[in-house]
Write a protein that binds this ligand. Structure first.
Ligand code: ZN
Length: 153
């Protein structure tokens, strides 16, 4: 291989590694707020079919501390969300009220208090198009009202 060929292939590889992520990766940003009245501000969230990953940002628009009115954002399949919420209660605040290493949990933020925010990024390969997904706050007593549906595709 001549030097010019080596140089040419190095440049080509460089160009591919720069442009490939721009062409094939699409991070879709979603945001949701929880307040001191134990409410999310969106009943549904939609992930478009061409997203490759999702960045969800949870903001606590209230003033109460995490110990009293903590909120997180947990995503599971709808069929298991009550079981995960119940398991999360015994996991406690140090574990963000999320059962540890539980494969049913697709994504979750930490528990935050008033004025705070937290984000989580996860690949859409964890979702199936047309699947039935529920997001909820797993703080004890919150999941029965702080919940909604997430759609993909
Ligand atoms: Zn909550």
């Amino acid at each position: 291989m001549t030097i010019s060929k080596i140089l040419a292939s190095t440049v080509l590889l460089g160009a591919l590694s720069v442009f490939a992520p721009l062409t094939y990766a699409k991070t879709c940003e979603l945001s949701i707020e929880g307040n001191d009245a134990m409410q999310f501000n969106h009943p549904t969230l939609a992930v478009a079919a061409d997203c490759t990953e999702v960045k969800l940002t949870l903001k606590h628009s209230g003033k109460l501390p995490a110990q009293a009115m903590g909120h997180n954002w947990v995503l599971t399949e709808t069929s298991v969300f009550q079981a995960v919420a119940t398991a999360g209660m015994s996991a406690g605040l140090p574990n963000n009220y999320v059962p540890k290493d539980d494969a049913r949990v697709i994504a979750h933020t930490k528990v935050i208090g008033g004025g705070q925010s937290d984000s989580v990024t996860f690949p859409v390969s964890k979702l199936k198009k047309g699947g039935d997904y529920t997001f909820f706050c797993s703080f004890p007593g919150h999941w029965s009202v702080m919940k909604g549906k997430l759609t993909f595709g």
